[in-house]
Write a protein that binds this ligand. Structure first.
Ligand SMILES: Cc1ncc(COP(=O)(O)O)c(C=O)c1O
Length: 395
């Protein structure tokens, strides 16, 4: 009997390489205006600040910063304080440092979701959320998301009510990826109440909240969580730099030993050096000026994109109008297939992410996700102009 190779696990077999990451390969040609990525602007990354903090940590803390060690207490304390400013009252013991929100999603999916069990996600959502449900072979139930007010709460309740009770739900609260919308204030308390009423752990994936450039901040869903059924995920990726690979989760203290054990099975712990450097960055008061610089640049870039869409596509498209974050979602006429249109766009030297990538059933074929954070205003105008030509030719 011939053997072709090792037999793969069901998880490895189910998981597909992210289409989005494949498409991003096309966008590296410097002549292509890429509205495809989700990266923070390279020119605003806190290079000098982090260099100073890394230097200080290495000089002062020496080998301790390079050792295996428990989660850095000062960083957990900073996160607990920061969460307090956002309306979540939690102790440092309820904060767990992760390697970013994707890591938090992976840990919590291992904590709650047995293979084949039901999970509730938004009909259109971040590909990393699809990956954790597909990876766990989940029976996925979906809720639609309104482009002005966020997820449809009645649909969430209907999905929670169905037997058997879902093992988890994942929602994106502020400046949704890919839709750009935030969950309306009035819906947030209701979602926390539904998680408690039906006993469904609700994972609140919220990496973009610090990137608000307009309007008043709203308390997260977790701020209304009296039953300990909401699990908050925050990230330093968008707030500071993705390459730090650091984030946090806020969870009830009684689950911390389980969370710690599951995490240890993946990768033991987060980098002590980077945890200390980030804590140093915060203690030197560097966060606020940094956030001010990136959000004011992003407001300008977002407004430039909204104006360009208004000039180029107002007769045939509708789009979200974000108050923060990095994405605009553009819905185009029904007959358009933006996955098929992608090659023509690359030839015209503009890139986007086709909408079908984000939906469970591929039904959002007539939409695109556009990024404004990592493109200069002039290039945004030109990129939208090229996109409009490609769309009109395809129509
Ligand atoms: C909604 C959402 N969740 C999670 C992530 C993963 O972020 P991190 O870099 O913190 O792992 C992203 C990254 O783009 C995202 O958009």
């Amino acid at each position: 009997m011939s053997i072709d190779g090792p037999v793969l696990s069901r998880e490895a077999d189910n998981l597909k390489r992210s289409v989005m990451r494949e498409l991003l390969r096309f966008a590296v040609d410097p002549n292509i205006i890429s509205l495809a990525g989700g990266l923070p602007a390279s020119e605003f990354l806190p290079l000098e600040g982090l260099r100073e903090c890394l230097d200080a940590v290495l000089s002062r803390d020496g080998p301790r910063a390079l050792q295996y060690s428990p989660q850095y207490p000062e960083l957990r304390a900073w996160v607990a304080d920061y969460m307090g400013t956002r309306g979540i009252s939690c102790a440092p013991d309820e904060v767990f440092i992760t390697n970013g929100n994707q890591h938090g999603l992976a840990i919590l999916s291992r904590l709650f979701l047995d293979p084949g069990q039901p999970a509730v996600i938004e009909e259109v959502t971040f590909t990393g959320i699809h990956q954790i449900t597909v990876g766990r072979d989940a029976a996925v139930r979906t809720a639609p998301t309104d482009l002005d007010t966020g997820v449809d709460v009645e649909a969430v309740e209907a999905a929670f009510k169905r037997h058997p009770t879902p093992r988890l739900a994942v929602l994106i609260t502020d400046f949704h990826n890919p839709l750009g919308v935030s969950v309306a204030g009035a819906k947030r308390a209701r979602l926390a109440a539904l998680a408690a009423e039906y006993g469904v752990p609700l994972i609140e994936d919220d990496p973009y909240a610090p990137l608000r450039f307009r309007g008043d901040a709203l308390p997260p869903i977790k701020a209304y969580d009296e039953a300990g059924m909401v699990f908050y995920l925050g990230s330093f990726s968008k707030m500071l730099a993705p390459a730090l690979r650091l984030g946090w989760l806020v969870a009830r203290e009684d689950l911390m030993p389980r969370i710690t054990t599951i995490r240890e099975s993946f990768d033991l712990e987060s980098s002590t050096l980077y945890q200390r450097a980030v804590a140093e960055f915060m203690s030197r008061g560097m966060l606020e000026p940094h956030l001010q610089a990136i959000t004011s640049a992003q407001r300008l870039r977002c407004d430039t994109m909204l104006e360009a869409l208004e000039q180029q596509l107002t007769d045939i498209a509708r789009w979200s109008k974000p108050d923060g974050g990095v994405f605009v979602w553009v819905s185009l006429p029904e007959q358009l297939d933006t996955t098929q249109m992608f090659q023509a766009a690359i030839q015209r030297q503009v890139a986007y992410i086709p909408g079908a990538v984000f939906s469970v059933d591929g039904s959002t074929r007539n939409a695109v996700r556009l990024n404004f954070s990592n493109v200069k205003p002039e290039a945004i105008r030109e990129g939208v102009r090229r996109l409009s030509e490609v769309i009109r030719t395809a129509l």
